[in-house]
Design a protein around this ligand. Structure first.
Ligand SMILES: [Zn+2]
Length: 259
């Protein structure tokens, strides 16, 4: 069995460089430039709907600013730092899920840790996912560090709900907004993925997957992955709808009305 058969398509196709990102040029371009010039904020806020690339981009940026051999701002994915970051063993890049680590104590521990210089990398990076879930006390503790961050510290905060972030945090961050990924861009990416695994699927089926996913590429790729299990020779539009638990005729008349 090939490796690609075991791994979820979404993980297999997760972008590892700025160049591999789908869409989001309004975020990718300035962040890549900031890696090249070495001038970036110590607090970044990435906001936008789910499945649009926020966490992927956070990881790429964290790697890029620490990479020993970056190419045009892109991480090389071959040096010891990139390799350790990719297999999750680099202690200097930390990912925190604020949904389950939202207390003052969690953030206080983090702000105590961040004072110490990084172990191997140049920058110590904290990626805080779903940052809007932090408690008020936790935000206050974080704010103190954001006001005077150590020069080796970088915070990357990601959120689907920027309106729930205190203004004091936003004003100390550089804010990047992600947009929903267009139908065309999603279909193009899925076609690329399907052909890489020899999955035969009708164009109409890809369009339906894109519609069902509402701009979230991660959801689209997961649904595409499920069609692999359908075992059909060529995946059709109706098979996709059945997999998604939708009644084909009803779905089509709904989308026709919406257009
Ligand atoms: Zn590297």
């Amino acid at each position: 069995m090939a490796e690609s058969d075991n791994l979820a398509l979404y993980r297999l196709w997760r972008p590892q460089t700025f160049s591999e990102m789908v869409a989001q040029e309004q975020v990718v371009f300035p962040l890549r430039q900031s890696v090249i010039t070495g001038k970036f904020s110590h607090a970044l806020l990435l906001s936008g709907t789910r499945g649009t690339g926020k966490t992927s981009l956070a990881k790429i940026f964290a790697k890029a600013i620490n990479c020993l051999d970056p190419h045009e701002g892109d991480p090389c994915n071959a040096c010891e730092i990139c390799l350790a970051a990719n297999d999750g063993s680099l202690m200097d890049i930390n990912e925190i899920d604020a949904a389950s680590h939202n207390s003052v104590d969690h953030i206080r521990r983090l702000t105590e840790e961040i004072i110490f210089t990084p172990v191997r990398a140049k920058y110590k990076v904290y990626i805080i996912d779903e940052v809007h879930m932090l408690s008020q006390g936790a935000f206050n503790a974080l704010l103190k560090t954001l006001e005077e961050p150590p020069s080796h510290a970088v915070f990357i905060m990601a959120t689907t709900e920027p309106h729930r972030i205190p203004a004091t945090i936003i004003s100390r961050s550089q804010h990047f907004q992600f947009r929903r990924i267009s139908q065309e861009e999603m279909v193009k990416r899925m076609r690329e993925i399907a052909s890489s695994i020899d999955l035969a699927i009708e164009d109409e089926a890809l369009e339906v997957i894109a519609l069902l996913s509402g701009g979230a590429l991660r959801d689209a790729i997961s649904l595409l992955d499920q069609t692999r299990q359908a075992g059909a020779e060529v995946i059709s539009r109706d098979q996709v709808l059945q997999l998604a638990g939708r009644v084909p005729d009803q779905f089509l008349s709904e989308t026709a009305q919406a257009m």
